[in-house]
Design a protein around this ligand. Structure first.
Ligand code: ADP
Ligand code: MG
Length: 451
């Protein structure tokens, strides 16, 4: 038991190694795309909001099961109002025979939404500007230009692949005379960066937007001069947001800690040997790490003597909400932990067992937070942020970040190990709610300033 939690500990030396390696691999990926390196994708978003952005913008977010339409009012003082509708994507649309059919459905949702939220919008007022949040791999060539590399999750519309997402979507809206102009195509992590920056205002520089939900990712502002893989003349601007896709950090496992549980999980996945950082820290995997550990302890006869047959056998059978809720029970007799274990595993645990499961849940969450801090240290060092800014401001979105107990506290412990106490105090963390909607709206607003 103690051995297991020790395996999850991340030392100062390891944190330094992670931050250093992040700088090294990120630097080379800014120069040249590599097959297995961290992707470091240019976003064509060339400035951060100041907080003074104002106006009405639309945003939409194509997820795996829902299509969200939002109307965002930016008040110009770091505050906003968001109104949104969720449309469930029908099976026949997920498997549409052609891109025309697929985008036509998206356009019809936008049309209905605009008719409902902006019934008095007249075409002589011009078009409503919309930012599109799109969490599928796109080869972006401009702020509102990008070809679809492949579908993931549940969408399967083969003839949309290789085509420009914005062009096809815009054409569909034009066919229906919907007064909307697609101004920007972004992903949720860039949205979190922009939304946090808007809320933080002009006096604070936001370093990073990060997602810690089902998956994980982060975006930050980089000097265009350092993104040498961008073709010459791509932009006149000096900075550009980079979508790190840090879930793929260190796929070759040069610095990341690897337990036998991590190795076993990787083999169970549909994408072995990639997304190695994500497999240690995100919601899709932390529950499974706990399951792997409990299976081993049970197999050795150390816990759960009366476990009903099969209750631990299902791969990915434990949601990350389970260790998170288990850790949240701070009572001395672990009443909540025992109740959760009855619900999830169908056993009445002894106090020692409940205590042990809570300790493992703590170790899994703490390791994730330490590894995230190591990667944050990488971005801080890569951008010389400590020399440039008084505060290192970071916005986070996602259930793991929001709900896993002690996540920020543990990140701060790790940052103290990396930089010392005085520097750790310069870090500010905050939750970005609705980051993708607000971020996409901001992006539409920022692009209007330039037009
Ligand atoms: P998405 O990734 O789809 O944007 P979320 O940010 O809500 O959505 O993340 C969902 C992930 O968070 C799931 O993998 C789930 O296991 C995990 N999760 C859900 N509830 C909690 C919780 N209370 N604590 C920690 N993780 C949670
Ligand atoms: Mg999310």
């Amino acid at each position: 038991m103690n051995k297991l939690t020790a395996d999850l500990t991340v030392s100062k030396a390891k944190l330094d190694e992670i931050a250093d390696f992040f700088v090294k691999t990120a630097t080379s990926s800014l120069a040249k795309q590599t097959e297995r390196g961290i992707p470091m994708i240019p976003t064509y978003v060339t400035k951060l909001p100041t907080g003074k952005e104002k106006g009405v913008f639309l945003a939409c977010d194509l997820g795996g099961t829902n299509f969200r339409c939002c109307s965002v009012v930016l008040n110009g003082d770091g505050t906003h109002k968001i109104t949104q509708d969720k449309c469930h994507i029908p099976e026949e649309v997920l498997n549409a025979k052609s891109h025309v059919e697929f985008y036509d459905w998206l356009a019809s949702c936008i049309g209905d939404f605009v008719a409902k939220q902006h019934p008095n919008w007249k075409s002589d007022q011009g078009k409503l500007r919309m930012g599109v949040t799109f969490s599928y791999p796109v080869n972006q060539t401009g702020l509102n230009r990008g070809t679809l590399v492949r579908w993931t999750k549940k969408v399967n519309v083969p003839d949309a692949v290789g085509r420009d997402v914005c062009v096809d979507f815009q054409t569909a809206m034009d066919r229906r005379n919907i007064p909307v102009y697609i101004a920007a195509l972004i992903n949720d992590t860039t949205g979190a960066l922009l939304a946090r920056s808007y809320m933080a205002g002009e006096s604070v520089h936001t370093l990073l937007g990060m997602i810690l939900g089902t998956g994980t990712n982060a975006a930050y502002m980089e000097d265009v001069a350092k993104i040498t893989k961008l073709p010459a003349g791509t932009t006149q601007h000096k900075t550009m947001a980079v979508n790190t896709e840090w879930g793929s950090f260190d796929n070759d496992l040069q610095v990341l800690p690897t337990t036998r549980f991590d190795a076993a999980i990787d083999k169970l996945t549909l994408n072995p040997t990639v997304h190695m950082f994500e497999k240690r820290i995100s919601g899709m995997f932390m529950g499974e790490i706990l399951r792997q550990m409990l299976c081993e302890l049970h197999g050795k006869g150390l816990i759960f003597k009366n476990l009903p047959a099969g209750s631990l056998d299902k791969p990915f059978g434990i949601d990350t909400a389970t260790p998170s809720q288990i850790e949240a029970d701070a009572s001395s007799d672990n009443i909540e932990v025992k109740a959760i274990m009855r619900d999830v595993f169908g056993i009445n645990p002894t106090s020692e067992e409940a205590h042990a499961v809570r300790k493992l849940s703590h170790g899994i969450g703490k390791r994730a937070a330490y590894l995230v801090a190591g990667a944050i240290g990488g971005v801080v060092n890569l951008t010389n942020a400590l020399e440039k800014y008084q505060y290192i401001d970071i916005g986070g979105d996602g259930s793991v970040y929001e709900f896993y107990p002690g996540f920020e506290k543990h990140m701060r412990e790790a940052l103290r190990l990396l930089y010392g106490e005085a520097t750790e105090k310069r870090f500010k963390f905050g939750i970005v709610k609705d980051g993708s909607g607000i971020g996409a709206a901001l992006c539409a607003s920022l692009s209007a300033e330039e037009a």
